[in-house]
Design a protein around this ligand. Sequence first.
Ligand code: UFG
Length: 334
Amino acid sequence: MNVLVTGGLGFIGSHTCVELLNANYDVVIIDNLSNSSIDVLEKLEKITSKRPKFYEIDACNKEQVEKVFKENKIDAVIHFAGYKAVGESVSEPLKYYRNNLDSTLTLLEVMKEYSCHNFVFSSSATVYGSPKELPIKEDFPLSTTNPYGTTKLMIERILADVSKADNDLSIIVLRYFNPIGAHKSGLLGENPKGIPNNLMPYIVRVATKELEILSVFGNDYNTKDGTGVRDYIHVVDLAKGHLKALEKSTNFKGIEYYNLGTGTGYSVLDLVKTFEKVNNIKVPYKIVDRRPGDIDACYADPTKAYKELGFKAELDIEDMCRDSYNFIIKNKSN
Ligand code: UFG
């Protein structure tokens, strides 16, 4: 089975390519390298001893996407490519709407032209806005608080309409909670350019002394220690969830939505303490004001993915902290 992976050299995309290649799928990657590096291709080959086909193109460019479909018989698409920085989406909303919507529309149009019916989409728990209760189930009301989240929700709505209009389509929407961790080899992981926005990338930079101190955004939330609680999921588990979704997409028609999380929430201080313990290193931190737009707590009810996809996260918070640090020390001189 030939799977087209858009954004396949990115953080989640690359880990998913490893799992696909190891499971003997034929993988075709498209990536415009806007937030990834071509070196990842060699690393995929090192890990799997297989070299996926690669096109350096933008998923918004219809002619180029058509060329990929012409040259390869694509059976399914996993669509990761997209901008994902919440803060940037607030200051540059048009960039987010143009890119994230356009790439999805282009792929769906070309899939239709080439009779490709299976689509797996990278959505986010951000579509639940401020959930009214926890844990979060897939049928909770949806809303967003920033343009990035709105692009995810708009795409979900587009997919629902497209699914209604075309009975041949199988669409799986995966709503990720907070992916962290890295591949065991230390070859793949998350290394954002500039000062990181997200917690784990920030913690590792403090641990390596590239940044001085972690700012913990608020300790007056309604949580056990007052700091924000999230459902952190190891990126390798998340990647495996995509294979389960792909299997499901080949034996059903319509659209389905799944949370990919562990079901357990950890606070900012839980993560810091666990990181310090497993890596035997200090992470200095200070408590500062809340970050605008943050919520107290967010964690998944993972039951639907378990029952219908057979997906269950297996790696724990210690694995996540160990693997995130291992990746950064192996790639530090960059
Ligand atoms: N935090 C800090 N200090 C930091 C960074 C984060 O205390 O320097 C805290 C936040 O306040 C929050 C927690 O750590 O309580 C996690 O924050 P992240 O920025 O790592 O993650 P978010 O939950 O805010 O957002 C992430 C992704 C979004 C996605 C969302 C889905 O960044 O893209 O999860 O719920 F939409």
